[in-house]
Design a protein around this ligand. Structure first.
Ligand code: SAH
Length: 208
């Protein structure tokens, strides 16, 4: 089975299970070559190691987050936690011709994500090596903010960097188990599901 077929199967199974229902998200998952970002078992619906003790989120999580964010063409998107760059590539496909700024705190991961995205000629993502727990005020406001690491609480700078009508999606809670929250510019938040992400580090994250 070639990679395209494997991606098609994955998308079909996520669709059959009811997780994946948005046609644009489906197209993005079919198009972005997950196997280039994650060499270990890229087509199983599970998180996979990407080095430096970090993981690439499972495809169903990327799909659900993209659907909850409701990313439209032209949106300015901030991602916190580039990791492999896969999730950023999916967000970029949905937001094009809008742009994604993706922040990564581990230098080696930022470098590798940048290289992978360049190799794939995905040119509407900018990977910036930075503590993303405070966002990136210089490039704000953002229509959508997607956080791929678990925070102890919602960082206020991220809320402040939302455009009017914007949305922030962030896992919040104890280090080993969080609730995915959809946060509005007013600070009002809606709990979505229980999740388990690697810890968010930095000024508004966990120490260490
Ligand atoms: N979205 C990624 C997976 C993210 S895993 C993908 O598609 O592969 C979470 C990532 O968040 C890790 O790479 C981790 O280093 C990063 N991270 C943790 N705290 C961070 C912070 N304060 N700022 C930026 N990145 C952070």
């Amino acid at each position: 089975m070639d990679a395209r077929e494997a991606r098609t199967r994955l998308v079909e199974s996520l669709t059959a299970s009811g997780v994946l229902h948005d046609a644009r998200v489906r197209e993005a998952l079919l198009t972005i070559p997950r196997e280039v970002f994650s060499e270990v078992d890229p087509f199983s619906d599970a998180p996979q190691p990407i080095g430096s003790g970090q993981t690439i989120s499972a495809p169903h999580m990327v799909a659900m987050m993209a659907q909850w964010l409701d990313i439209r063409p032209g949106h300015r998107v901030l991602e916190v936690g580039s990791g492999s760059g896969y999730h950023a590539a999916v967000l970029a496909r949905l937001a094009a011709p809008g742009r994604v700024v993706s922040l990564e705190i581990i230098p080696e991961l930022a470098t590798r994500a940048r290289r992978t995205l360049a190799d794939l000629a995905i040119d509407n993502v900018q990977v910036v090596e930075a503590d993303g727990s405070a966002g990136l005020a210089a490039r704000a406001p953002y229509d959508r903010i997607s956080v791929a690491a678990g925070a102890p609480a919602v960082p206020q700078p991220l809320v402040d960097q939302l455009a009017p009508g914007g949305r922030l999606l962030i896992p919040v809670g104890p280090m080993d188990q969080q609730t995915l929250l959809l946060v509005e510019p007013s600070g009002a938040s809606t709990p979505l599901i229980g999740v388990r992400f690697v810890p968010l580090r930095g000024a508004y994250g966990w120490p260490g």
